[in-house]
Design a binder for this molecule. Structure first.
Ligand code: TRP
Length: 372
């Protein structure tokens, strides 16, 4: 068994989310807190109801600020190392929901510098090109152009740098080593980079000339960045940024197969044709038995089934239907082929709509991008 390892660059082994909360020192997203959110939003997004978002830091504080009339800004991002897949869209879709419900501004960072520094195979030109592509997917999610600023690190560096150097000055290499696992062969660009990812936590305050609360929706692997951001925040005169953390969706090849741009069959990319997407779903890892006979007799295992997880966390809003799907699976009343077909229908409908909006996004880029 591969031991669990979660850093911003590697997610390995079977993930024990309870253990991760302890390891990282975050707080579980309790039902009580979810109720607090509901008081403001009236309804709950599926990803909250089903707890794909499962952990947080200071979300209770953020909501009480909001209660007392201090609105917050959202901040999230993307490392442009390849094309966008459905797994990337998950936190963005949730962020868009938060933007709508809380009428919040959003800052969206594309770390073309990080992916260049981190990845030996990628040139700066490559990561900038991927960023140009990714931006279309971000816009396609439907963010409000009046309330959303998207930027690439390399073309917004002048603004970010002034904050980043102040973060960097207060962060020792020994902290960075402990938090990120850096060592003597880490390039010095990477040693500095975390302060670039910290900078947007404080940018809204800089621009407003007063302390502004910030909420970061992101997968939990990004948490190390927020640890150093929180560490320096008050010394620099800002609020600590709050976070809401999501789990990872498994790759289509099953638990432990991360969705990966370098292994196209592990993920559905937004640029895949509908045919290709359907084939990928039909080839997904399930919790089914070796033969139909055995499946009918013993039933399948939804707990390890990627098809079930995609339905549960993203595509099947009806509690009734998802419960039925689970029970039918366990009782052997449904085959994996049937479940895959159900998922494929949802995926194709989603992708069709997304691709239409993505095409449309091209003419709207200037409404979103900010540069120095
Ligand atoms: N480091 C992130 C990645 O590799 C990109 C990123 C930058 C980000 N700022 C963020 C992600 C804020 C979430 C929230 O994908």
């Amino acid at each position: 068994m591969v031991e669990m390892k979660v850093t911003p660059w590697t997610v390995e082994g079977e993930i024990d989310y309870k253990k991760l909360i302890k390891q990282f020192g975050t707080a579980p997203l309790t039902d009580k807190l979810i109720d607090e959110i509901k008081k403001h939003t009236g309804e709950l997004h599926l990803m909250l109801r089903r707890k794909l978002f499962f952990s947080h830091r200071d979300l209770d504080w953020l909501l009480s600020k909001y209660d007392s009339g201090e609105s917050f800004v959202l901040y999230t991002g993307r490392g442009p190392s390849g094309h966008t897949h459905i797994g990337h869209l998950v936190p963005w879709i949730f962020t868009k929901w938060l933007q709508d419900k809380f009428d919040a501004e959003l800052y969206f960072q594309l770390t073309d510098d990080e992916k260049f520094l981190m990845n030996r195979q990628l040139s700066l030109d490559d990561t900038q090109k991927f960023a140009q592509e990714n931006v279309l997917d971000i816009i396609a999610v439907g963010f409000d152009p009046k309330k959303t600023k998207i930027f690439f690190d390399t073309s917004y560096a002048k603004t970010l740098y002034k904050i980043a150097v102040r973060v960097a000055k207060l962060t020792t290499f020994s902290t960075a080593k402990a938090v990120f696992g850096f060592n003597n062969s880490t390039n010095i660009g990477m040693a500095f980079f975390p302060s670039m990812q910290a900078a947007p936590c404080f940018l809204p305050s800089e621009l407003a000339g007063k302390k502004v609360p910030v909420l970061i929706p992101a997968a939990i692997d990004q948490d190390p960045y927020w640890r150093i951001s929180r560490d320096v925040a008050e010394r620099l005169g800002y609020y600590k940024p709050a976070q809401i953390h999501s789990m990872f969706l498994p790759g289509l090849q099953g638990p432990g197969s991360k969705m990966s741009a370098s292994k196209p069959n592990t993920a559905i990319f937004t640029t895949d044709s509908l045919d290709v997407a359907e084939k990928k779903v039909m080839g997904a890892f399930t919790g089914g038995r070796g033969s139909l006979k055995e499946q009918r007799e013993k039933g399948g295992n939804p707990n390890i089934c990627t098809v079930y997880q995609y339905m549960y966390y993203i595509f099947e809003p009806s509690d009734e239907k998802i419960k039925q799907m689970r029970e039918d699976c366990k009782a052997g009343r449904v085959t994996c082929g049937e479940c895959k077909q159900r998922l494929a229908k949802y995926v194709i409908a989603f992708l069709k709509e997304h691709q239409k909006r993505r095409k449309n996004a091209k003419k709207n880029i200037d409404k979103f991008l900010v540069k120095d």
